[in-house]
Design a protein around this ligand. Structure first.
Ligand code: ADP
Ligand code: MG
Length: 360
């Protein structure tokens, strides 16, 4: 469970004229997909707003059950079939996710890899209470060398889903929140909502405007709890997703072991403290935040380019800031003296991506 949002919606009560006459808002807060979800609708009459929020909550809870990676669910049924080298009819609730998840995995050079469910389970991040130490090194090595990938999946003559590789286990933890937020945003738009924020533990999508201005979103400082690095003005239909090493972790022998794994090493990725991505599609923003976190400092631009993402902010392990040109142009740093290293999104040449990172 995340106990603290990575991002804060900042209503600048003192500075903003919009805040003097705030638009009428109705909130709903609940737990789903392992995080605190907060949905806020603006200027929607109360009975209709409550009806829509009921539908939103139902949708999130349904997705929580559908995509659960360790409690009995369509995902665990599929994973069991793969482990037993059986093909299985694709559950309806998974069918729409497979192609986009595979496309994003390939584009990221498999740094975003929803096929590493076994590795995630081995680390114990598939649990309400976290382990107190890393798993045995040989077990990690065995799973890394089995190279589970989304591209190991294929359909048989009857259209059933099969895996060529029994080490594949699906885990949509790096992507499900984005997908669910996208679904809920469409549900609200179809219901006639123009202005809303859907926030799942700090990962969010905005619709419309906040009164007469754009949304103002704070990006959390991974080094200082409750502090923001800076703020972004966000327009209609933009998603802001952050992956950070401060969300889920345990400390062993003074080292922090967090929940974003580098599929190349089998260990928590070490090249970043947090990555924030802005993109119109929340599922892309979610997958990219995870992938670019794994890519790490200096190496993320090539992967961002391949994933079709151009607004990125990365906090390096040393605490310096790297941003894409499009992000640098809009980010307002809390401390304007702080250096922002602007990195161009280069077109990756044949040698820019390593073996594991090369798309199949
Ligand atoms: P959060 O869920 O905290 O916002 P992410 O979106 O980065 O953070 O998702 C992290 C989750 O994604 C992990 O809990 C795990 O289930 C899964 N995961 C971990 N490493 C990877 C990876 N390299 N590729 C895809 N999914 C991953
Ligand atoms: Mg993610």
């Amino acid at each position: 469970m995340k106990y603290l949002s990575g991002l804060f919606l900042i209503c600048l009560v003192m500075a903003s004229s919009a805040c003097r006459q705030p638009p009428a808002e109705i909130h709903r807060t609940f737990l789903a997909l392992g995080t605190l979800v907060e949905v806020t609708l603006y200027d929607v009459p109360e009975p209709k707003a409550e009806q829509l929020l009921d539908a939103v909550e139902t949708e999130f809870r349904r997705r929580h059950r559908d995509w659960h990676a360790w409690e009995e669910s369509p995902v665990t049924r599929v994973n069991r079939a793969f482990a037993e080298r059986r093909c299985i009819a694709v559950p309806d609730v998974l069918a729409p996710l497979l192609a986009p998840a595979t496309r994003l995995a390939v584009a990221s050079g498999h740094l975003f890899n929803p096929a590493i469910g076994r590795l995630i389970a081995l680390w114990g991040f598939h649990a309400e209470t976290y382990p107190d130490r890393p798993p045995p090194e040989d077990a990690i090595r065995a799973l890394v060398s089995a190279r589970p990938r989304m591209t190991d999946l294929h359909r048989d003559a009857e259209g059933r889903l099969c895996s060529r590789n029994p080490a594949v286990a699906l885990d949509f933890g790096g992507f499900a929140k984005g997908w669910a937020i996208g679904e809920v945003a469409r549900l609200l738009q179809d219901g006639g909502v123009r202005n809303a924020v859907i926030d799942a533990g700090g990962d969010l999508q905005t619709l419309g405007r906040h009164g007469d201005r754009r949304w103002r979103i704070g990006i959390r400082d991974p080094e200082r709890r409750d502090a923001v690095l800076g703020a972004l003005e966000v327009g209609d239909g933009e998603s802001v997703f952050t992956s950070g090493d401060y969300e889920r972790f345990f400390v062993w022998r003074g080292r922090r072991f967090h929940h974003i794994l580098d599929p190349r090493t089998g260990y928590p990725a070490t090249g970043a403290r947090s990555v924030t991505v802005v993109h119109p599609d929340p599922a892309v923003a979610d997958a990219a935040a995870t992938a670019l976190f794994v890519a790490g400092s200096g190496r993320w631009p090539a992967v961002a380019h391949r994933m079709g993402v151009d607004q990125v902010l990365l906090v390096t392990p040393e605490g310096s800031l790297e941003a894409s040109p499009a992000m640098a142009a809009r980010l307002r740093l809390a401390n304007p003296e702080r250096t922002l290293h602007v990195l161009d999104l280069e077109t990756p040449g044949p040698s820019a991506l390593s073996d594991q990172e090369s798309p199949d």
